[in-house]
Design a protein around this ligand. Sequence first.
Ligand code: ZN
Length: 180
Amino acid sequence: MPKRKFRDAWLHDEGFREWIRKVDDDDSKAYCAVCECTMVTEITTIKRHQTCRRHTRALAQRAAPADQPPPGVRDDDVTRAEIKLAAFLADYNISINTIDHLTLLLKDIFPDSAIAAKLSLKRTKATRILHDISQIAQEQLHISMRDNTFCIIIDETTDISTCKSCAVVVKLFNQVSGKI
Ligand SMILES: [Zn+2]
């Protein structure tokens, strides 16, 4: 019986090319790169391997790794998204409690987003982020006020629950943005 040899055509075959490899120095064997196993170079054996459960499962897993965000998502991108989300709440005076639900909503409506998949932003972290941002904003305001002339608007009031409030507004020219 003639010894069967590895056929180069298999390397381009629609059903095989994804996983079939040559074995160095032994053309009577074929290697499966997915299952990491060798088999004899007989078409029935190769076809049987192609449809065996272990192989199809390994191949499917490789195509879509379970619960693993696709590679290429940097932690910096996730952090940036979390900071922007927290800042958005502060910017539009939205309750910080909504962030627990907003994070889940984003994961739900953007299932194809690797960044959304890695978001882990809840009240505690969002509060911490806003605290840190506010410190930097205050420092920048101090610097601007020290270097520029400014005017102050003060108004006080007592609300219906007799809680006293005093609002202080500073108006100045920001040299960086070129705006009042
Ligand atoms: Zn295989």
